[in-house]
Design a protein. Structure first.
Length: 197
């Protein structure tokens, strides 16, 4: 009988060890599966942001996708988050008061007068109590400085006003970015008046 008892103890201990090893192996496989899932999800997030970047680029050039009616944009959480606009919602505009500045008229003109309307689909940016309203003095200062540094000969070309629009949009976006607002939420700027005299 003592021999039978001695033989049974190692067998039961061996079964317990095998069960423990199987449980550890299963837990490791589950852990690896979760890790792979998270890493694949992170790669998909990067791909989505890359796709989003392409959409921003085309929006800057005035192209729109017919199949996408939503102007909602995903962006980094380091920026202030805003509720997305409803699909098919119209754009909202932020009007800057008239800019009249002395500029380098090259003997042809002395003053440059410009009226601006900034466009976005996020009313939290350009609405009456939006973020740009709070940044109005900074925007006015930086845009006036930009306008004063213009040259008549550069602006008096067919694409001169369009280049100026791009510079104004770039200036406004950099101000938004400095204040933790995703700059590409500001879609475009339009000059409703452009006079050199």
């Amino acid at each position: 009988m003592s021999e039978e008892v001695a033989e049974e103890k190692p067998k039961s201990g061996g079964k317990g060890l095998i069960i423990i090893l199987l449980v550890i192996l299963i837990l490791m496989m589950v852990g690896i599966g979760v890790l792979v899932y998270l890493l694949m999800g992170a790669d998909k997030g990067k791909d989505a942001s890359a796709d989003e970047t392409e959409v921003h680029g085309s929006a800057e050039h005035g192209e729109e996708h017919a199949e996408d009616d939503s102007h909602a944009q995903e962006y980094s959480p380091k920026f202030k988050q805003f509720e997305a606009p409803a699909p098919g919602s119209p754009p909202t505009y932020f009007t800057m008061e008239k800019f009249v500045v002395n500029f380098n008229g090259d003997g042809q003109a002395k003053f440059l007068a410009v009226d601006l309307k900034f466009m976005a689909y996020y009313p939290q940016i350009v609405g009456d109590a939006g973020e740009m309203e709070h940044l109005r003095p900074i925007l006015k200062n930086d845009i006036q400085r930009l306008l004063r540094n213009q040259h008549f000969n550069d602006l008096n070309t067919p694409d001169g006003p369009d280049k100026l629009r791009e510079e104004i949009l770039k200036t406004a976006r950099s101000i938004l970015e400095k204040h933790n607002i995703y700059p590409d939420l500001l879609e475009d700027v339009y000059m409703t008046r452009f006079v050199m005299q």
